[in-house]
Design a protein around this ligand. Structure first.
Ligand code: AVJ
Length: 326
């Protein structure tokens, strides 16, 4: 079965490229990094020594899983938004399984292929885990999950919803408030939301994480141009762009760009036009917001939650926050 990436419908992709490159400043949505090759490259990023995020979050999950199990109590089902490969989640699931006979895990992901693989792997490894994969956008998926958990006559009567990996960092602050508010609609007061936030820190450490020495992040960034070339008949010359990633301190975010080397015109067949680049003009390909404990608190309150608990590592590089609906 070929991989299905619903976001790669060429019409929608072409429309977004036209909108993103047809205006100034130029930008592309980060979701277009993730075809099969891009997802592979992201997995490789998480293994780079400079990319502390995944490792630090996994450590926090390992350290605080017992506390989380304790806080959530016995009758909890785990719902995950954007489960990907669920590698980190397994740490938490294992801990929850130690204190209960069974556990219901409902991963939600837009990629049905990824979900299938993950479900099969977890199923083989944890026989006591009852897995219900939900191939859907997040909000509709959470609505479905809450119905399933409510109907579940078994012990489970509350949801722990996971949104890990600092995925929230890709959203503008207002967007994340709207996103959390929309999810809040499907939560009961006894449910909880566990969110991974990358924290503001020494600029050199942030910059290094997005400029790894092995050049994997650079390849990941260029993947969006590769996709435009193969899927939309684009004529980007990789040699005429450079990867750029830096911490924008005023905005509190890492920005990734592809910077044009000199003036050039790039044709994209599916957009039926070409795009003019001035020398040094960039395409803004991603923002990755970095939080503080204060901005986490503000986000929670703005979206109708309260921060029940925040777990951080000893360097305060990453935070896992448990939000409960108010
Ligand atoms: C998957 C959005 C959390 O922002 O760190 C990694 C993506 N981009 N390196 C991040 C990413 C460049 C990642 N997130």
């Amino acid at each position: 079965m070929p991989p299905t990436f619903p976001d790669s419908h060429p019409e929608a992709f072409a429309r977004d490229v036209l909108a993103g490159l047809g205006t100034s400043p130029k930008s592309l949505k980060p979701k277009y990094f993730y075809d099969a090759a891009g997802s592979e490259l992201f997995e490789e990023i998480t293994r780079q020594p400079e990319y502390y995020l995944t490792r630090t979050e996994a450590g926090l999950l390992r350290q605080y899983a017992p506390v989380l199990s304790e806080l959530m109590g016995k009758g909890v089902s785990v719902v995950e938004l954007g489960s990907g490969s669920s590698a980190k989640t397994a740490i938490l699931l294992e801990s929850l399984l130690e204190t209960s006979k069974g556990l219901h895990y409902l991963p939600i992901d837009i990629s049905a292929t990824m979900l299938r693989q993950t479900a099969d792997r977890l199923d083989a490894r944890y026989p006591a885990l009852d897995i219900t994969p939900i191939a859907s956008p997040y909000e509709a998926g959470l609505k479905r999950a809450s119905t399933l958990v409510a109907e579940d006559a078994q012990a489970a009567d509350r949801m722990l919803v996971l949104f890990l990996g600092s995925s929230i960092g890709n959203m503008e602050y207002d967007e994340s408030v709207q996103f959390l508010k929309s999810l809040r609609e499907h939560l009961e007061p006894r449910d909880a939301f566990l969110i991974g936030f990358d924290l503001q820190k020494d600029v050199a450490i942030l910059n290094a994480a997005y400029n790894d020495a092995a050049g994997v992040t650079e390849r990941f960034n260029f993947n969006v141009l590769a996709r435009i070339n193969t899927e939309l008949g684009g004529e980007f010359d990789r040699q005429r762009f450079v990867h750029q990633a830096f911490y924008n301190e005023a905005a509190g975010r890492i920005e990734m760009h592809l910077r044009s080397q000199g003036r050039q015109q790039v044709a994209v067949a599916a957009c039926q036009r070409s795009f003019a680049f001035s020398a040094e003009e960039t395409i803004h390909t991603e923002s990755s917001y970095k939080y503080t404990l204060a901005s986490i608190e503000r986000l929670a309150v703005s979206a109708g939650f309260r921060v029940r608990e925040t777990f951080t590592d000893e360097k305060s590089w990453f935070a896992l926050s448990l939000f409960t609906p108010v």
